[in-house]
Design a protein around this ligand. Structure first.
Ligand code: CTP
Ligand code: MG
Length: 169
């Protein structure tokens, strides 16, 4: 397990997941439509947040790919592509988490156990076809999941203190 490489590998996903707090707002992704008496996704998932987050993560991954080549990828182009795929996967996972949350009647903005991890699981799933075979191991996966479960609540507390988020979760 190479912690530095894993941390760098996670940059696009973490940027994609956190930037919508700043970049989001406006038209909700579900266009205010309902599904079984609840919003499909809710006001917390916006078109701008989805696109902005995907782009921010992709740009971050692109900059990283210029300066640092990760061993998980065949070449810099694949690494750049993976940054996009992981950023997109992050926003898809985030929206999927909200979809599930609404089905459990949890209001937008209220905490839910999937908040901290759904984005990463979908990002890793999406990235799977572009990583070199067998290069991230069960231990690597456990590290990335564990780290995210720790970092997510901490970063929310910091974002709340910094005035970026109304609630500390
Ligand atoms: N955000 C956005 N678009 C997205 C994701 C997030 O605009 N696709 C913004 C919203 O302003 C959102 C904030 O980032 O309120 C925090 O994101 P998150 O905690 O994921 O959303 P919640 O408001 O908690 O909504 P939910 O309960 O659906 O997770
Ligand atoms: Mg939230």
């Amino acid at each position: 397990m190479d912690i530095i490489n894993l941390l760098i590998f996670l940059i696009p996903s973490y940027i994609a997941n956190s930037s919508p707090v700043i970049l989001g707002g406006g038209i909700p992704l579900d266009l205010m439509k309902n599904f079984s008496n609840q919003r499909i996704l809710g006001d917390g998932k916006t078109v701008r947040g989805f696109i902005g987050g995907t782009l921010a993560g992709t740009v971050a991954g692109g900059i990283v790919a210029i300066y640092y080549s990760l061993p998980y990828f065949f070449d810099a182009k694949t690494q750049f592509l993976a940054g996009f795929i992981m950023s997109f996967g992050t926003l898809v996972g985030d929206a999927l988490g909200s979809f599930i949350k609404r089905r459990f009647n949890v209001e937008s903005g209220k905490p839910f156990f999937l908040d901290a991890i759904m984005f990463l699981l979908v990002a890793l799933l999406f990235a799977y076809p572009v990583v070199s075979e067998g290069i991230y191991t069960p231990l690597d996966l456990a590290f990335m999941i564990g780290l995210t479960l720790l970092v997510h609540p901490l970063s929310n507390i910091i974002a709340n203190k910094a005035g970026l988020k109304k609630v500390p979760w």
